[in-house]
Design a protein around this ligand. Structure first.
Ligand SMILES: Cc1ncc(COP(=O)(O)O)c(C=O)c1O
Length: 381
């Protein structure tokens, strides 16, 4: 067993879905369904276990980014609806159909490729049409939407099962472009209806929109980061108070030594001790997803429940910490992300804290924890 691992708390996933479902019910109308976004191996938490936990907790569908991610879920025995959020290469069409994934389309070539794979099947394959209402990443342009829906309806193998869009700044609820994008989306939906297309399912909300923009909650919400207990952005932390982080990152001290005043530590000797220090080596590094630059940005870990600083640059497989006055021994547990209660106190370090130090977002922190780190399911208490 390697002395560095992540723990995934599936009870937190279930709790977070419950929190979101309560928000959705508070609308007073038919609540939107929850579809759990488990792309990128469940944001680094483990797609299969998160998918199962989410479905058990009331999610009714799953979203992935890639054909392969959907196929892996099917191979693991997951039978729930799985939406692939972007158009995939034409060569994937046969696998998408064979594994009963729900494809997203937005180009004539994408529609043709899927139709070719779906023709002759027992039933038409339902596809979701994605419309680019302003993010300019993926989707048909609004003016192209009716032609795309016509092509789907006129094909032999496909039918229009849904229409959706994605908001660029949902994590800034007051931003005018949220209203602009939703207005454009509604215009597209009206044009589709006028042309005789009635999509059975319409969706627009990611986590941030789910939590803060009721107008974006349509038939379903695509719930990613909030399900993992991480806030979508600092501007909406006020609505994230009830969320519980599902992932923690741990390691064990592998070596303890005393370093004299005036000596430096790690590559570049960029940290020099002003006084004699007890330094512990922790066998986790940037190849595991602990960014090298966490040193220099105030990076800390928890030891016996108290924060201690990372000293010297994080190396590929190991980092060093200054233990201060704490008694430390080889094998002692260090928490890099998560909570620790110990003889010296009780504290927590969040993915959001890392993100603030690193100038990034919590998403990148958890997705960055590499395959070298074992994901262990935390036993339910
Ligand atoms: C199209 C789409 N929908 C939904 C999501 C989920 O977003 P979030 O993790 O912010 O909930 C993503 C994630 O990036 C996405 O690309």
């Amino acid at each position: 067993m390697r002395w560095a691992w992540a723990e995934v708390d599936l009870a937190a996933i279930a709790h977070n879905i419950e929190v979101v479902r309560r928000t959705l019910v508070s609308d007073g109308t038919t609540p939107a369904a929850v579809w759990a976004v488990v792309k990128a191996d469940g944001y680094g938490h483990g797609a299969v276990s998160v998918a199962r936990a989410a479905l058990d907790a009331g999610a009714v569908g799953l979203c992935v980014a890639l054909t392969q991610e959907g196929v892996a879920l099917r191979d693991a025995g997951v039978s729930a609806p799985i939406l692939v959020l972007s158009e995939q290469p034409a060569e994937d069409a046969a696998a998408i159909v064979a594994h009963a994934l729900i494809p997203t389309v937005y180009t004539p070539a994408g529609i043709t490729a899927l139709d070719g794979a779906a023709r002759g099947g027992a039933a038409r394959v339902g596809v979701h049409l994605k419309v680019d209402t302003g993010m300019h990443r993926a989707g048909a342009q609004p003016a192209e939407a009716v032609a795309a829906a016509d092509a789907i309806a006129g094909s032999a193998g496909l039918h229009l099962a849904g229409v959706f869009t994605h908001l660029a700044v949902a994590d800034e609820p007051g931003a005018p472009s949220n209203t602009l994008q939703l207005d454009r989306f509604d215009e597209v939906l009206a044009a589709l209806r006028a042309a005789g297309h009635e999509p059975p399912v319409v969706h627009a909300a990611n986590s941030a929109a789910t939590l803060t923009l009721p107008a974006a909650r349509r038939d379903l919400v695509r719930l990613g980061i909030a399900m993992y207990g991480i806030e979508p952005g600092p501007e909406i932390s006020r609505v994230c108070g009830e969320l519980r982080p599902a992932l923690s990152l741990h390691a064990r001290v592998s070596l303890v030594k005393t370093v004299s005043a005036g000596e430096g530590v790690s590559y570049g000797l960029r940290h020099v001790f002003e006084r004699e220090a007890v330094v512990a080596t922790v066998p986790i590094g940037y190849a595991d997803g602990v960014p090298r630059r966490l040193f220099g940005n105030g990076g800390e870990v928890l030891l016996h429940g108290r924060r201690v600083p990372i000293v010297g640059v994080v190396t590929m497989d190991q980092l060093m910490i200054d233990c201060g006055d704490l008694q430390v021994a080889v094998g002692d547990e260090v928490v890099l992300i998560g909570a620790q209660r110990g003889s010296a106190g009780s504290d927590a370090i969040t993915a959001e804290e890392w993100a603030a130090r690193l100038g990034t977002i919590g998403y990148e922190v958890v997705c960055g924890i590499s395959k070298r780190i074992d994901r262990r399911l935390r036993p339910t208490s």
